[in-house]
Design a protein around this ligand. Structure first.
Ligand code: NAD
Length: 278
């Protein structure tokens, strides 16, 4: 069965839209986009489109590729100090002459809509309330929507990035999954992935996961977005794997729309927290 991220995001976004309509003010997100990377431009456009549809305010500041890091720093500081701004998103990747770690640390963690700030990563590590990175959160929302149980399941994650692999593994652990994290230096990867009740592929290599790596009846979450000949291809060989699994996310229309849905939910959460303390 297909885990339809587009449909699920539409349903969850509709509910969120009703909540936003009830607010006195509108949650406001400021996106900083440096340069003109086509993938980043397209992600930013989707974020703007979805959040605007939900009645949220989204502004994009596009800075030239050649700008100094100081320009980005100044913008972040201004948004941190602006009480009308609830969320700040620094679209990655940044040009090589900018230090993304330092810039993310500069964002007020109470406005860190992506959940990448050390404070939010620490809150995740301690299983305390905070902003969770959007892609892992979107995956959880999708599994919950389809009532797929996690407790006691063996979850194998391929990839250990700070954006997807590592946080999603922790979130599965907090939901009582038995989690194995694998990566580029893992030996006998196939033997491990074949044990997965839930397999998450976050690698960045088109059609990397083949049928012989997957247990019959497993749930497969394909996070990968790879542009091949102008098409978006996942990390899982969908045609091979789909017939033998119980559930699988397609690419596109799987994890992608759920990530943006989770981002909008994060902005709403930040707004509520800030209103509480204002
Ligand atoms: P990354 O490059 O930071 O991390 C890739 C991970 O894959 C690394 O931890 C690495 O160890 C592992 N890996 C690489 N080769 C491997 C191999 N041969 N065997 C096992 N593991 C291997 O990438 P990322 O930021 O985590 O993104 C992963 C993919 O997910 C990319 O295609 C990216 O575009 C996509 N992505 C999608 C969304 C979404 O919204 N759907 C969000 C973020 C990232």
């Amino acid at each position: 069965m297909i885990l339809d991220g587009r449909k699920t995001a539409d349903v969850l976004n509709d509910i969120l839209k009703q909540d936003v309509e009830k607010l006195n003010n509108k949650p406001r997100l400021e996106i900083i986009l440096v340069g003109n990377n086509p993938a980043s431009q397209s992600y930013v456009k989707s974020k703007l489109k979805t959040a605007s549809k939900l009645g949220m305010i989204v502004n994009i500041t596009n800075i030239p590729e050649t700008a100094l890091e100081k320009e980005v720093r100044d913008l972040i500081v201004a948004f941190n100090n602006n009480k009308e701004v609830h969320g700040i998103l620094l679209q990655l990747p940044l040009p090589k002459h900018m230090n993304s770690d330092n810039l993310i640390e500069l964002i007020d963690y109470k406005k860190d809509v992506d959940g990448f700030h050390t404070m939010n990563q620490g809150l995740l590590f301690q299983n305390k309330s905070g902003i969770r990175p959007a892609t892992p959160l979107g995956i959880m929302m999708l599994l919950d929507y389809y009532n797929i149980p996690i407790e006691g399941k063996h979850v194998v994650v391929i990839g250990r990035s700070q954006i997807v692999g590592a946080p999603v593994a922790k979130m599965f652990l907090d939901r009582h999954g038995t989690v194995t994290i694998t990566h580029s230096r893992t030996k006998n990867l196939n033997e491990i992935t074949k044990q997965a009740d839930i397999l998450v592929a976050a690698i960045g290599k088109p059609k990397f996961v083949k049928k012989d790596m997957v247990k019959i009846g497993a749930v497969v979450i394909d996070v990968g977005i790879n542009r091949v000949d102008d098409k978006l291809i996942g990390d899982v060989d969908f045609d091979e794997v789909e017939p033998i699994v119980s559930y699988i996310t397609p690419v596109p229309k799987g994890v992608g729309p759920m990530t943006i849905c989770a981002l909008a939910h994060n902005l709403y959460k930040l707004y509520k927290e800030q209103e509480k303390h204002s």
